[in-house]
Design a protein around this ligand. Structure first.
Ligand SMILES: [Zn+2]
Length: 269
């Protein structure tokens, strides 16, 4: 996972989209009961708000899943509601954050692996309606709970939180782990994220391992002075936040931070 800058998103939303979203939200708030709200949320016009949002994003933000950094988002609806709109599995009494259904700040682009629950022989995961909090007593239940909402501390990683990407680390087999010296809370946060985003699923683990091997290959070239310029350019591209699995590339490159070339690429100088 890499940090996604919210300002970049806001800049590409049109007046027409904002009006469409505002109208949909007003209708939802005015709905007399839960049944009416559910009907509104299921309408084609509602999914158009999410689809149009996705269409307005620049290509650089659509190249990969914001949670797992897998390259292809093959999904009918690649927009995940970060705070689930229908129910919250971590609090059975919660009716979902339905009032945020048309709020773009609640949207994250996600692949189906991260978005939907999947159970395999070796692993299981997927976000579905999960939304654990580090401070569950502060959970917002209604649109009026605005103060509580801003105090909620999600107990898993959020691409909009600039501090979160640094917590995620990978071992030399490509498996996700917490960063070295993480606090117990940070370890839980990463542990929850591994399950919620199915980050330990075997295909993406293998893909990260390939990233590690590629980093090692380019590092050897730098050490052997064998076309070091090209190797450096390649590594610089791999760690760019728009490239797939770039957090893994950063972690594997950091293992060689004693090299001045690596220090330079990772801005450690
Ligand atoms: Zn994903």
């Amino acid at each position: 996972m890499r940090w996604i800058c919210k300002d970049e998103i806001e800049e590409c939303l049109t007046q027409a989209w904002r009006e469409m979203a505002d109208n949909a939200k007003a209708e939802l708030i005015a709905a007399p009961d839960e049944a009416t709200r559910k009907v509104i949320l299921k309408r084609v016009a509602s999914s158009n708000v999410w689809r149009e949002f996705y269409n307005l994003l620049p290509d650089s933000l659509k190249r990969k899943c914001w949670y797992c950094e897998a390259e292809e988002i093959r999904s009918d609806m690649p927009v995940d509601h970060f705070r689930p709109k229908n129910k919250v599995e971590d609090d059975r009494l919660h009716d979902g954050y339905w009032w945020l259904a048309f709020d773009w700040q609640n949207y994250r682009c996600a692949c189906t692996f991260c978005n939907s629950r999947r159970v395999f022989d070796e692993t299981e995961g997927g976000k579905a309606c999960r939304f654990p909090l580090e401070n569950p007593d502060e959970r917002a239940f209604t649109p009026e709970d605005q103060a509580k909402l801003s105090n909620e501390r999600p107990y898993f990683l959020d691409p909009f939180n600039p501090d979160d990407e640094k917590l995620l680390w990978f071992d030399n087999d490509g498996l996700p782990i917490a960063k070295p010296l993480a606090t117990p809370e940070q370890q839980t946060k990463v542990g929850n994220s591994i399950e919620i985003f199915h980050l330990h699923e075997s295909r993406i683990v293998r893909a990260r391992n390939k990233v590690r091997l590629e980093v090692e290959k380019q590092i050897r070239k730098i050490k052997d002075n064998d076309d070091a310029q090209t190797a450096k350019a390649k590594l610089r591209r791999m760690v760019k936040d728009t490239e797939k699995l770039s957090r893994a590339a950063v972690v594997y490159l950091r293992a060689h931070r004693e090299l001045p070339e690596v220090k330079d690429i990772l801005n450690l100088v």
